[in-house]
Design a protein around this ligand. Sequence first.
Ligand SMILES: [Zn+2]
Length: 137
Amino acid sequence: MKLKYTRYETCKFCGNNFLLTHGSRKFCPPVKNYDGIHHNHNCKTAFNNLKGKAKRDKTKLIADLQYQNWFGLNQLFTNNNIIVREADLRLAGIHLESFIITQTSGTTNEEVKCYIEYGLIKLNENKFKIIKHGLQF
Ligand SMILES: [Zn+2]
């Protein structure tokens, strides 16, 4: 009997070679639990689970950082255009470099670094103005 498929592919997850049984397989065929000891193994599922975990870890890191910035600004904000020192921003746990976007104020043409609904405008070497803008979540 002639084998229909004679090409081997390298598994994207474990690096083992496997016989390609149809055109686009990137992972070993799933291994069924056959001896009551070993668990089923599926390289495609394992790969996608790791990919999903990496994404969740990254998005959590970003969300935590943005929340920390928002929380600190929310603590310091008492009224619009309040002036704070850079040291106070840092003490409040704000990572100044981790803003979401930069906008230009329509009225004063100043650069505004945005942290969710708060914005920071740098006035001089160590003073910032906190504004609250329209972006709400
Ligand atoms: Zn594999």
